[in-house]
Design a protein around this ligand. Structure first.
Ligand SMILES: NC(=O)c1ccc[n+]([C@@H]2O[C@H](COP(=O)([O-])OP(=O)(O)OC[C@H]3O[C@@H](n4cnc5c(N)ncnc54)[C@H](O)[C@@H]3O)[C@@H](O)[C@H]2O)c1
Length: 331
């Protein structure tokens, strides 16, 4: 039995952002069409200075692929002590017809790609059509991926950015201006940045409210990325009170996403959650309905996004003859 091995550099050549956006749309629709089996993910937390490693598993009946993604993070001594990154990722794709291992690929790029694409899909459905200004609260890896993906679906005129680390903010400004030629204004305060936003993207590792309700203008679309685990928070729960709330997965967002906070404070009930994003893509629920509403897309990240994206990379590799085959056994 043959298994295809794809290295990081090959993975990066095998997919472009538009294909990732298409794959993530397919993933969200599949999730709301009963085509996905996605157990809770597993994690092992190791004592400092080591970090954690998570395993996300998913079966997608449409493509008959079972995916498992491992992602590690927070191994902060890695670069100096071992000469490897502090976080790494691997994806295994199994052929669901046989249970055999079809592909092993580096997974360190996929999380960022599919998370950026998630934001872009939400912008297509929920941002105002005349939206031009993006505010980035948080200027790390995911902030960059959001700009790369949103740039595919709208014309970004200017970016306002804030981060608790001035070094991170300065590097983001120079990187984004070099990559896209879009001006980035480094804001002196969070409030100054948020008040400019047509689209507000939050991608920090924050564990408390960073964005106050009073700063958010009517008509803003919020892409809430950072809160993907219990204990994390980026938004004032009051922002949810009269907003149109969209989740990637209701069960995940109400348990460990940004949506948990207003539920916990009784600012909203589960009935106030408008939709899962796949329902809007399938035409079962409406996206933005007027220019004034504040929309919130709460993304916690789903294994089906990894599955659909990795399966597309695998398909492209087979078509283009890229990668190296190996066999654990001959027959
Ligand atoms: N929703 C999803 O699917 C998904 C996917 C991947 C990552 N994430 C989450 O997104 C977040 C960001 O990931 P990343 O890879 O960009 O991380 P990163 O470390 O590259 O960047 C985080 C940025 O936030 C800033 N920051 C950290 N804590 C802050 C705070 N309390 N207040 C203000 N700024 C703060 C840092 O200075 C840094 O610039 C993480 O919480 C991560 O778990 C979510």
């Amino acid at each position: 039995m043959k298994t295809l091995l794809l290295k990081k550099e090959e993975v990066s050549r095998l997919i472009n952002m538009q294909e990732v956006i298409d794959s993530v749309e397919e993933a969200y629709k599949a999730f709301n069409s009963g085509q996905v089996e996605q157990p809770d993910y597993l994690g092992i937390h190791l004592p400092s200075p080591r970090g954690e490693i998570d395993f996300k598993l998913c079966y997608f009946s449409e493509n008959e692929m079972i995916s498992m993604k491992s992602s590690s993070g927070g191994f902060n001594d890695n670069p100096t002590a071992y000469g490897v990154p502090s976080g790494m990722g691997t994806i295994l794709l199994f052929d669901a017809r046989t249970g055999g291992l079809a592909c092993v690929m580096d997974g360190s790029l996929i999380t960022g790609l599919r998370t950026g694409a998630a934001g872009a899909v939400s912008v297509k459905l929920l941002a105002r059509k005349d939206a031009r200004k993006i505010t980035s609260i948080g200027t790390g890896n995911q902030a960059r991926m959001q700009i790369r993906a949103i740039n595919e679906v709208m014309k970004i005129q200017e970016i306002h950015a804030w981060d608790s680390s001035p070094e991170s903010l300065a590097k983001y400004k120079s990187d984004i201006e070099r990559e896209f030629g879009t001006p980035v204004k480094a804001a002196k305060s969070k409030q100054e940045a948020v008040e400019q936003a047509d689209i507000l993207v939050t991608t920090t590792r924050g564990k408390g409210s960073l964005v106050e309700a009073a700063w958010v203008r009517p008509g803003t679309h919020i892409v809430a990325i950072g809160t993907d685990q219990k204990g994390k928070q980026e938004l004032d729960p009051e922002i949810f009170r009269n907003a149109k709330i969209v989740n990637d997965s209701l069960s995940q967002c109400t348990e460990k996403g940004e949506t948990w906070h207003p539920l916990n404070k009784n600012i909203i009930t589960r009935n106030d959650i408008h939709a899962e994003i796949g329902e809007i893509l399938l035409g079962k629920k409406l996206g933005r309905e007027d220019e004034e509403e504040i929309t919130i897309f709460d993304s916690t990240g789903m294994a089906i996004q990894d599955n659909a994206t990795a399966s597309k990379i695998y398909q492209n590799a087979v078509e283009q003859g890229l990668g190296t085959y190996f066999a654990f056994f001959e027959k």
